[in-house]
Design a protein around this ligand. Structure first.
Ligand code: AP5
Ligand code: ZN
Length: 217
């Protein structure tokens, strides 16, 4: 299965993709994570991406597609993938359709997480992750069971993203509406669009998504 999670920054794509990964044995593929790894490694793609990401803009299709194709070529993706934060432009969506068609496949479902923009600034600004295992937390909405200790791996070091400040989140929301939201019509036309109200508690959204994924895959 090839599942796409569509939604603005803070919609819960990463949170939900990690839960679906565990539950359905799928592989989460986040272009944001792959780009942050390239930035940290100081590769040429990472150097080009860094300033764009810090400003809340979109990295070029060329760089994103190169990184995505490399990752899709790894054998573990044969189990099925959840694309988190990709595609984000019409060019990326068309390139993905072509890539899948070459292997005789297509997008199984594109699930749009519907949220209120106004709430997203708070969700993103309060976010942090475990430095050891990447588990995501939030100052208000998702605290570890024991303060300062990761529920998943027991790690005690956490980090915050450079682009998670209110000003950059607004730029990212703008980029989403200008360049990514039009993809909803693309997937509707393909007959693979699903939508879910993503303003409720994390667990009930996970339940709704699980039902959709169980039905389509
Ligand atoms: P990326 O890493 O993809 O970030 P994003 O799309 O802005 O999404 P986020 O990670 O901010 O949000 P999310 O929906 O995953 O929310 P999360 O689950 O963490 O991209 C970063 C940058 O990389 C882009 O700006 C761009 O520059 C570049 N980039 C990446 N892909 C690209 C591409 N394809 N093309 C071009 N450029 C690209 O949740 C947020 C917080 O809210 C968490 O703390 C969570 O605990 C909490 N939360 C989640 N759900 C709920 C809920 N239901 N109720 C309350 N709190 C919740
Ligand atoms: Zn951890």
């Amino acid at each position: 299965a090839v599942l796409i999670l569509l939604g603005p920054p803070g919609a819960g794509k990463g949170t939900q993709a990690r839960m679906l990964e565990d539950r359905f044995g799928l592989v989460q593929l986040s272009t944001g994570d792959l780009l942050r790894a390239a930035v940290a490694a100081g590769t040429p793609a990472g150097l080009a991406a860094k300033t764009v990401m810090e400003a809340g803009g979109l990295v070029s299709d060329e760089i994103v597609l190169a990184i995505l194709k490399d990752r899709m070529a790894e054998p573990d993706t044969a189990r099925g993938v959840i694309l988190d934060g990709f595609p984000r432009t019409a060019g990326q969506a068309e390139a993905l359709d072509r890539l899948l068609a070459e292997a005789g496949g297509r997008v199984t479902a594109a699930i749009s997480l519907e949220v209120d923009d106004a709430a997203m600034v708070g969700r993103v600004s309060g976010r942090y992750t475990c430095a050891g295992c990447g588990e995501g937390y939030h100052d208000e909405f998702k605290l570890p069971a024991t303060a300062g200790t990761c529920d998943k791996c027991g790690g005690t070091a956490f980090k915050r993203r450079a682009d998670d400040n209110a000003e950059t989140v607004r730029a990212r929301l703008q980029a989403y509406h200008a360049q990514t939201a039009p993809l909803i019509a693309h997937y509707r036309a393909m007959g693979v669009l699903e939508t879910i109200d993503a303003m409720g508690p994390i667990e009930s959204i996970a339940e709704g998504l699980g039902t959709i994924v169980g039905r389509v895959s």
